[in-house]
Design a binder for this molecule. Structure first.
Ligand SMILES: Cc1cc2nc3c(=O)[nH]c(=O)nc-3n(C[C@H](O)[C@H](O)[C@H](O)COP(=O)(O)O)c2cc1C
Length: 317
């Protein structure tokens, strides 16, 4: 039996995280992934303290395994979210969209492990200095907000630059992707797109169908001119956004207004033409709706086979 530092640190069976996904990663999905032996994460997004507490309490009724919360650092309710995470004794948070410095002391004092999503070596080194327990190196193949470096290039460079464990994210959806990530030096993986079509994922059926139908070139990155690029499936909304974005008469305010509420429109209302279907490039590999248990266990079993007994034993539990 090998020892995997992520599994040891978080008391989970498989080093597989379900990425926080605003409007999508709710108590049901997080609990299902944690019950499967991975790490489920509730997306705090812009929820206020009480809305987040409700999701956490619900997840606690669905699983007695560890699960975490994904904190969106730019949320207007971030201070409340941090307080609720500490009060509810959540063992681990992942952080995205900002600098976690301000909340690091409170979280650590409450015994919460802080794992930061990073898209560059500089940020990885910075959060390690701040006291992060691990980093999630997320390549630009991923769905949602993206950086500029691919997973293949980013992961080994982050691995070389920090001494805390690295979790690879972006473009991983099967055992081959996991095995590759581990060989690049990561000690675990995080997936978002693969979990969009999980049976326990409550995203609207139209969204799931669009992910399942997607091919390799069906995503596009928009929002670069605003400074926060987002990868989503191509549709009427992304076409209109891209057109506006390249029109010199468009103001940033107009673009912000176009993007507001767009993920909710697709994920909750099912308007997959006028909403934003955030999704990664690996969608072309996601063909079926599977249970979280089949996803987590299947991927780890396949990765083990590919790595061969010796390597797998050194890298996986
Ligand atoms: C629909 C969607 C919403 C997302 N929302 C968030 C979020 O709220 N916070 C966050 O840190 N990452 C978010 N992400 C990124 C995921 O947590 C994860 O890191 C990413 O999806 C991994 O790449 P993959 O899509 O190729 O698996 C989102 C991704 C998707 C697809």
């Amino acid at each position: 039996m090998g020892k995997n530092p992520i599994c040891e640190m978080l008391h989970i069976d498989y080093p597989v995280f379900q990425g926080g996904m605003a409007w999508i990663a709710d108590a049901e999905l997080a609990a299902a992934v944690s019950n499967a032996g991975g790490l489920g994460l509730i997306a705090a997004m812009n929820s206020n303290g009480e809305q987040l507490r409700e999701q956490i309490r619900r997840a606690k009724t669905l699983t007695d395994r560890p699960f975490g919360v994904n904190l969106m650092l730019m949320s207007p309710f971030i201070a409340e979210a941090v307080r609720v995470v500490c009060e509810e004794k959540i063992p681990v948070v992942t952080t995205g969209a900002g600098n976690p410095q301000q909340y690091m002391n409170d979280l650590k004092a409450a015994g919460v492990k802080v794992i930061c999503v990073v898209a560059s070596v500089t940020l990885a080194v910075m959060v390690e200095r701040m006291g992060a327990s691990a980093v999630i190196a997320e390549g630009c193949e991923s769905g949602g907000h993206v950086g500029e470096t691919t997973t293949m290039a980013l992961v080994p460079q982050v691995v070389d630059a920090v001494s805390i464990p690295v979790i690879a994210a972006g473009g991983i959806a099967d055992g081959r992707g996991m095995a590759a990530a581990l060989l690049l030096g990561a000690q675990g993986i995080q997936m978002g797109t693969r979990f969009l079509t999980a049976k326990e994922c409550n995203v609207h059926a139209n969204y799931k169908a669009k992910v399942i139908a997607a091919k390799d070139r069906d995503t596009i990155v928009t929002g670069k001119t605003l400074g926060h690029p987002v990868r989503a499936l191509k549709n009427r909304m992304t076409r209109a956004f891209a057109e506006k974005e390249h029109d010199p008469n468009t103001t940033p305010g107009e673009l912000e207004a176009m993007g507001a509420g767009a993920l909710r429109r697709a994920a909750i209302e099912g308007d997959v033409q006028n909403g934003s279907c955030m999704c990664g490039q690996i969608a072309g590999l996601v063909r079926t709706e599977d249970s979280c248990s089949d996803i987590v266990r299947g991927i780890c079993a396949d990765a083990k086979k590919l790595l061969g007994a010796g390597t797998a034993q050194a890298l996986l539990p």
